[in-house]
Design a protein around this ligand. Structure first.
Ligand code: SAH
Length: 232
């Protein structure tokens, strides 16, 4: 996401610092304590300006939500939105400034009920596949953080990234139980919270692809996967 540098950044960030989760010395083993309340724990990776995270936090007051974003000025806008809307929801939303690869430094394995990825950067050039947030290495991170029976939910307008994601899931032995290339025509759309990118794309008539995939077992160790690849 490109944007002009924001004025008064440090002061604005300080004003919403109570909504941020700083990197802990050891990964958080009991994230519910951050919120002081029990409830399903969800994580959004690449939250942008926070429309989805704020919308979900309002729509699901029982859930506790972490929203991660690696660009400071962008996550600041997300946190400012959450602060403006704080009377419309319980205290159930926290932000993390950081990149997806750092997630294991924040959270212990088996922490989350759901991980959401929305309109992740497609990195279309072949040489950049490892930067895509659905590359197998990132999938391994999300699935280690998910509880057994937990779920990854992914939305994108980008067919190339969607096809790549299906391939990467297959590489790590995962099969989604819900796949659509036009989410807004599916009955589940009744519960859909639109993201900023989703609104822009669907206003232009671009269909939205989505998949949901559950964690039914721990993923096989990486070494076994490499041997399978070598055999193929
Ligand atoms: N989810 C939002 C924004 C989509 S743009 C929406 O749907 O409207 C993708 C966002 O992911 C950008 O804000 C980008 O900065 C962030 N991002 C990209 N790579 C990331 C990473 N490795 N870790 C965390 N955030 C990342």
């Amino acid at each position: 996401m490109r944007m002009r540098k924001k004025k008064n950044g440090p002061a604005r960030l300080a004003a919403v610092s109570h909504l941020f989760c700083e990197k802990p010395n050891t990964p958080i083993a009991t994230p519910a304590e951050d919120f002081g309340r029990e409830g399903p724990l969800w994580l959004e990776v690449g939250c942008g300006k926070g429309g989805f995270a704020c919308g979900m936090a309002k729509k699901h007051p029982d859930a506790n939500i972490y929203a991660m974003e690696r660009i400071t000025d962008v996550v600041m806008l997300a946190a400012e939105r959450a602060e403006r809307e704080k009377d419309e929801r319980p205290d159930n939303l926290r932000f993390i400034l950081g990149g997806a690869a750092e997630l294991p430094e924040f959270f212990a394995p088996l922490s989350f009920d759901r991980v959401y990825l929305n309109f992740s950067d497609p990195w279309p050039k072949k040489g950049y596949a490892k930067r895509r947030l659905t590359y197998r290495g990132f999938l391994r991170v999300y699935f280690s953080l998910l509880k057994m029976g937990g779920e990854l939910r992914f939305k994108t307008d980008n067919i190339g990234l969607f096809d790549f994601t299906l391939e990467e899931l297959a590489v790590v032995g995962l099969t989604p139980h819900f796949v659509t290339r036009d989410l807004h025509r599916e009955p589940v759309v009744a519960d859909n919270v639109m993201t900023e990118y989703e609104r822009n794309f669907s206003e232009k008539g671009t269909p939205i692809c989505s998949l949901w995939v559950c964690k039914e077992r721990e993923l096989p160790p990486e070494e076994i996967e490499r041997k399978e690849e070598e055999k193929a």
